[in-house]
Ligand binder design. Structure first.
Ligand code: MN
Length: 201
């Protein structure tokens, strides 16, 4: 059974950049829905295997990908947010950012523009592409479209309207700009540390 990741901060801790009302709706209702539906889909898949009835398998696989990717990305998103206490990329992560994007400002500018230009509902992701040993920024439509295989998301930003509309309405760029105030780089650094351990370069 997949469980919801617990928030490491109170639901008002991201104010004023991310309102308590927005966070509570996003975390308690929407994210919970992805976790519940992933579990439900996995139960239905077990049932299908048990009954050797695969007439509905295409729909189940689609749900597994949609709800599962939604659950995973929300987990990473809520984890990589935190109160607006300054945190920065570690030396090791900064080195890789400079190598792959030129400098931190260039990375941030690309990420910001990529996020603002996500078409309809989706995500903006900083990912590690293991096969290339390289960081890239990706747009993801819905939760699972336009991704690359073999990449590990290390910083994620939810660009679905439910993540900002209540507070920011049509001011999508303002939401993205304010996101930078509540990034918890300590978590991003931790993810990067795990990658470095596994993928000696
Ligand atoms: Mn969301």
């Amino acid at each position: 059974m997949l469980k919801m990741v617990e928030l490491s901060y109170p639901t008002n801790a991201l104010e004023p950049y991310y309102s308590q009302e927005t966070l509570e709706l996003h975390y308690q209702i929407l994210y919970k829905g992805y976790v519940d539906n992933t579990n439900k889909t996995q139960e239905q898949l077990a049932e299908a295997r048990k009954n050797k009835n695969f007439s509905n398998i295409k729909c189940l696989e689609k749900n597994l990908s949609f709800f599962g990717a939604g659950a995973i990305l929300h987990e990473k998103f809520f984890e990589n947010l935190g109160p607006a206490i300054p945190s920065t990329p570690s030396m090791a992560l900064m080195e890789q950012i400079i190598k792959d994007f030129g400098n931190f400002a260039a990375f941030k500018e690309q990420f910001t523009n990529v996020a603002i230009q996500v078409e309809a509902s989706g995500w903006c992701l900083l990912v590690w592409v293991r096969t290339w040993n390289k960081l890239e920024i990706l747009q993801c439509e819905k939760h699972q479209n336009l991704t690359l295989w073999d990449c590990i998301p290390i910083l994620v930003l939810d660009m679905w309207e439910h993540s900002y509309y209540l507070q920011y309405k049509t001011k999508r760029p303002e939401y993205v700009q304010n996101f930078w105030n509540i990034v918890n780089w300590n978590i991003v650094n931790k993810r990067w540390g795990k990658i470095q351990k596994k993928d000696a370069r």
